[in-house]
Design a protein around this ligand. Structure first.
Ligand code: C2E
Ligand code: MG
Ligand code: MG
Length: 638
């Protein structure tokens, strides 16, 4: 019989291409990648041996049967190695922990050992194949055992794929199924047309499919750190987290833009790559994902994989990272868990990974804490939206004392939730959330409208109130239509803009400064005046202060408290000097100086001595509701 070897030749060429491609690409060197490489190399050997043995079998030389024998043995050994390798490959895709369950690896290879033993015995017994007197290759009485074992392997492969189908994304499942279907179809064809050697070609095509859809890591690998990317995380995490047991580690590095600008992108990337490779190396049974911006998540589909990782990571984060001239010592925020039946979702895990970074030390965070904070965040978002729909905001007023007149000549408007079921929620908590989701614009407008209405209805100017201070958020400062919106509200309540003093914090300038400047000048030309709020909280930028037309500088309570603590009255010498010279400097520059957070008579006296113009604080009054405020000024502004 003359065999048709054309398909085998094509299989050899394709296998060489796949091997070349696999070697050349920078990919993850996970167990599965190595097994794939082994699979395709065995495929190449099988195809080559098939060509050689078929040529020898087509044109047998009864005087040199040993040559025919060598290729037939190589072919059968290589061909029989494919199913167990395929089984291991699929198990590795499912992150089977081979290193801890070595016996599984051994058991998988036992049937192959039986194949090999038969081949050895064939040299004398000729149970598997033999030649007739003309040298024709013929199957022996026990050849069917090869089929039987191959069938067992394939059945196990199908069973494993079926069991793990939820943990393999469809994009990976399909090529595996196609590979198996192609192998089976080609095997059937070959049974009917034994001359046409189609089987290995079909398997090679299947492997090529696997290469491009599973092994080609480019779209799921982070280009910088060489570990799985955020997209891969979204693909894989639900499968792992949906399982009964799993382990996770989240490592969060500080804001990378700082390192980009100080030591350059290349050095930062080298350090990141170093961290990623450490994580990948140290937790081999877990998948390592770079979820972006210096955040890594490790996931394993069993519990107890994190073991003594706390020590491993703490020790590692004592060292510097990188390979170049400049290395980085990153502090890390680390969260880890070994979980059974826990309801952590993919989103929550990403949240743990993405959670904000504070401090300069490596620290271990409590995942539950982060998740609870997130839940609180969601709750507050919904309370804000409820309050916007149902007129659920109220404005409180905190009186401001004027030293010269000894009267309360103004007040700061501060937003409050109306009788919340959830207890008092401080604006310090909900304003940043409203800023984040954009609802602060709407809240700010409501506050402004409330202030105008109150000013008008209560005839505050007749009660000694010259103006009300209204806080502007950074987002409002960026709103091009703000002046127009405020103008309409002023008209509606017949309020003159001089009755409103707008407070802008220093941090507002960290947004788009040009827009802020533009907006402020529009509002100023309408007649509004401005305060610089929270002066001294860390963003002080003098050029910005001088360029914007502030009338009042509001010293943040932290400046006062550090110099004269409300409880102990104590303070550091340098901070006392800072407070004194700040008041002096601002006064010399012609600003009206207001100090917030005055809680004690001692603080008031010190500030009076320094020449501070206005005071605001619990010593005088807490922020109070409209009626209480009216009662207050009725008494004190007599
Ligand atoms: P802020 O504008 O600096 O307001 C002063 C804050 O200090 C108020 O906190 C006030 O209650 C508090 N305070 C005043 N005197 C004392 C004191 O003697 N002791 C202590 N412990 N605290 C004092 P509040 O009302 O919780 O507001 C916090 C921040 O939330 C405000 O800081 C402001 O940035 C923001 N905020 C409040 N209402 C609004 C608003 O309507 N719009 C915007 N954009 N932000 C607002
Ligand atoms: Mg304020
Ligand atoms: Mg303030």
């Amino acid at each position: 019989m003359v065999y048709v070897i054309d398909f085998d030749i094509a299989a050899v060429l394709i296998s060489i291409f796949v091997i070349f491609y696999t070697f050349n690409k920078k990919g993850l060197k996970a167990v599965s990648n190595r097994l794939f490489l082994a699979l395709i190399i065995i495929n190449l050997i099988t195809a080559t041996a098939d060509i050689a043995s078929s040529v020898r079998n087509s044109y047998p030389d009864p005087n040199a049967l040993w040559r025919q024998d060598v290729w037939n043995y190589i072919y059968l050994a290589a061909h029989n190695s494919v199913p167990p390798l395929l089984l291991c490959y699929i198990l590795s895709l499912l992150r089977f922990p081979f290193s801890r369950k070595k016996w599984v690896g051994v058991v998988i290879y036992l049937p192959l050992m039986a194949d090999i033993a038969l081949l050895f015995m064939n040299r004398t017994q000729r149970f598997v194949f033999y030649y007739d007197e003309r040298g024709t290759y013929l199957h022996g009485s026990l050849f069917f055992i090869f089929y039987l074992i191959a069938f067992m392997y394939m059945a196990t492969v199908l069973y494993v794929i079926y069991k793990g189908r939820k943990r393999i994304p469809p994009s990976k499942l399909m090529p595996l199924v196609v590979y198996i279907v192609l192998s089976v179809i080609s095997l059937v064809i070959q049974m009917f047309f034994p001359k046409v050697l189609l089987e290995i070609f079909a398997q090679t095509l299947g492997l090529m499919g696997v290469l491009f859809s599973i092994e080609n890591q480019d779209d799921i690998t982070d280009k910088v750190t060489n570990v799985y990317n955020r997209y891969a995380f979204y693909e894989t995490a639900p499968g792992i987290l949906g399982g009964k047991d799993y382990s996770y580690i989240s490592v969060n590095l500080p804001e990378l833009t700082y390192y980009h600008t100080t030591i350059g992108i290349e050095n930062t990337n080298a350090a990141l790559k170093d961290v990623a490779s450490f994580l990948n190396r140290s937790f081999k049974e877990m998948l390592c994902f770079d979820t972006g911006r210096g955040h890594f998540v490790l996931l394993g589909k069993e519990k107890d994989l994190v073991g003594d990782s706390k020590k491993i990571i703490t020790d590692a984060f004592k060292r510097v990272w990188g390979k170049g001239d400049i290395k980085i010592k990153f502090p890390g925020r680390i969260c880890m868990g070994s979980v059974s039946n826990s309801p952590v979702t993919t989103e929550e895990l990403l949240l743990i990974s993405d959670s904000g970074f504070e401090g300069n030390e490596t620290a271990f965070l409590d995942a539950e804490d982060i998740i609870n904070k997130h839940k609180r965040h969601i709750l507050i978002e919904s309370l804000i939206s409820d309050a916007l729909e149902n007129d659920g905001f109220e404005v409180y007023y905190q009186p401001i004392y004027d030293r010269k007149s000894g009267l309360f000549h103004s007040a700061e408007a501060l937003v409050r939730f109306k009788n919340t079921e959830h207890g008092y929620i401080s604006p310090e908590e909900f304003i940043p959330i409203a800023e984040e989701n954009g609802s602060i614009g709407e809240i700010g407008e409501r506050v402004f409208e409330n202030v105008c209405r109150f000013f008008n209805e209560a005839r505050l100017d007749e009660k000694g109130i010259e103006y009300i201070e209204v806080n502007l958020s950074t987002m409002q400062c960026m709103d091009q239509a703000l002046a127009e919106k405020f103008g309409k509200i002023l008209d509606r309540y017949s309020i003159s803009p001089e009755k409103i003093n707008l407070e802008i914090t220093e941090s507002a300038a960290t947004g788009n400064y040009m827009t802020l400047k533009d907006n402020v000048s529009k509002l100023k030309s309408m007649g509004f005046t401005f305060s610089l709020d929270d002066y001294g909280t860390g963003y002080s930028n003098y050029s910005y202060m001088f360029e914007l037309p502030f009338k009042i500088i509001k010293l943040d309570k932290s400046i006062l408290w550090k110099a004269y603590h409300p409880k102990s009255g104590a303070g550091e010498e340098n901070l006392i000097i800072l407070l004194e010279s700040t008041v002096l400097m601002m006064k010399k520059m012609g600003y009206v100086v207001l100090c917030e957070g005055v809680e004690t008579v001692e603080q008031k006296m010190v500030l009076e001595r320094l020449g501070c113009d206005c005071f605001q604080g619990y010593y005088f009054s807490k922020p109070v509701a409209e009626e209480v405020f009216l009662d207050f000024i009725k008494v004190v502004n007599l």
